[in-house]
Write a protein that binds this ligand. Structure first.
Ligand code: EPZ
Length: 417
């Protein structure tokens, strides 16, 4: 029986809780280990299912990985293989992040083509188009991307749309290319900037990360580095909404508030009390949230990874809200489950209309993807009565010890297996 969470709702959360390092920064950082024969030392790697999958993948490619608590040491003295097998890629799309580093360092890569997932078809055409611009020969054989290049060559790449892992893959590939690469329309997410910070510490020459135009002057080899990964801004946002939706008083620490400006602004529109300090956010939940409208967009816009959590808060607002999802085609999976808890949500295409209700009722609900599962946990914390969230393996992919953190704030939540 897959694990499920039992939540007794209605308890205002109180206290202080620290965020972990960012999943979406840790995954590309670990993959960057493929770019050098020297060791990389990471001082704060979260213990997550997706991180374990990346570690397994890197070990099949020749990496030697040691973990000591949150510290992880990665060394790929020799790349012993170039295959990212379907069994791993199908469980975690971010496995595609080994593609750029493998072609750049090893000259070839065979990476299973990631299929679609619950939130959308999620093609990787921009990754492949960019690598082809850098001179790689690309073919699709038996469900695998086969990429080859004796040495990549710098090029001008303009992606057709903003892609986070696409930008990261191309940045890593270009770091070892001959000559200069420019990536236009690059993703500006903090995780992209954090990767550039790591690569530059390894000896790369990257400028402009965090802006829409990144310039990379290729080098012949990269070296060792020690790196502290940025905090998880999505986990921070999720914990802040947990405090708000339960009418609690919670301080979330170890946060970079600048990374969640759009989230904090939306929460203030909902009447959530916020005190922002350099490394923490104190949240005091309103009697009842105010309605508002939100549209997701690439950073620094409102993150799609916080859309489900905000929808859950707006489900209890005193009026009507509109949520527009512009990044993924199918990211309202939580809505039907929230309706099971008494919410009034109608979705049509990329828009959801939410007519707030005074309270949620506890109910058995099912998680469908990582952020939808977090939203259902939030709804359960606010609900009257008991909620059972099943398929929480989705949650374990991206939240480190979430129920222990919530319990430390007074939540009545336990895992059943
Ligand atoms: C990253 O995914 C994150 N994952 C996602 O977080 C996040 O939702 C997403 O960025 C957007 O912020 C990691 O960093 C590991 P994209 P990524 O390429 O890079 C389309 C979570 O919950 N597209 O920026 O895969 C794509 O289909 C996860 O932690 C193409 O069409 O997202 C989507 O509609 C979920 N062709 C849009 O662009 C491409 O080649 C943005 O995708 C690439 C993307």
């Amino acid at each position: 029986m897959p694990a499920r969470l039992l939540i007794e709702g209605g308890v205002p959360l109180r206290g202080t809780v620290a965020v972990s390092a960012a999943k979406n920064a840790a995954l590309p950082a670990l993959a960057a280990g493929l770019l050098t024969a020297e060791p990389l030392a990471f001082l704060n790697v979260p213990d997550l299912q997706d991180v374990r999958t990346m570690v397994r993948l890197l070990e099949t490619l020749g990496a030697r990985i040691q973990r000591d608590g949150v510290r992880v040491r990665v060394q790929v003295a020799h790349v012993v293989g170039d295959v990212a097998p379907y069994e791993l890629v199908s469980t975690m799309r971010a496995s595609v992040l080994v593609l750029g580093p493998l072609v750049a360092r090893h000259g070839s890569a065979r990476v299973a083509l990631p299929g679609g997932c619950a939130i959308g078809p999620r093609p990787i055409d921009q990754h492949l188009k960019g690598l082809a611009r850098l001179g790689a020969e690309i073919a699709i054989e038996n469900g695998y991307i086969v990429a080859r290049a004796s040495r990549l060559k710098g090029a001008h790449i303009a992606t057709d749309l903003v892609t986070v892992t696409g930008t990261e893959n191309l940045m890593m590939a270009a770091a070892l290319a001959q000559g200069t690469t420019v990536i236009e329309n690059a993703a500006r997410e903090p995780e992209v900037s954090d990767l550039a910070r790591l690569l530059n510490a390894m000896g790369a020459r990257i400028q402009g990360a965090g802006t829409a135009r990144i310039e990379i002057e290729g080098v012949t080899e990269l070296g060792t580095a020690t790196h502290t990964i940025i905090p998880d801004r999505i986990e921070a946002g999720t914990l802040i909404v947990a405090g708000a939706i339960t009418g609690g008083d919670v301080a979330v620490t170890g946060v970079v508030p600048d990374h969640i400006t759009a989230v904090l602004a939306k929460l203030e529109e909902c009447g959530v009390g916020l005190e922002v300090a350099p490394d923490r956010v104190r949240v005091r939940g309103p009697e009842r949230p105010r309605p508002t409208d939100v549209t997701t967009s690439p950073y620094p816009g409102f993150p799609t990874d916080m859309q489900a959590q905000l929808m859950t808060l707006l489900g209890l607002a005193d009026g009507q809200s509109r949520v527009t999802e512009t990044i993924f085609e199918n990211r309202f999976m939580q809505a039907a489950e929230l309706v099971r808890m008494g919410a009034r949500i109608e979705t049509e295409g990329s828009t959801a209309i939410i007519r707030g209700v005074p309270f949620y009722q506890g109910a058995p609900v099912m998680a469908s993807d990582l952020r939808a599962s977090a939203a259902l946990v939030l709804a359960g914390l606010a609900a009257r009565g008991a909620t059972e969230v099943s398929r929480v393996y989705h949650l374990d992919r991206g939240y480190e010890r979430l129920e222990a953190k919530l319990r430390s704030l007074g939540a009545h939540i336990e895992r059943r297996t």
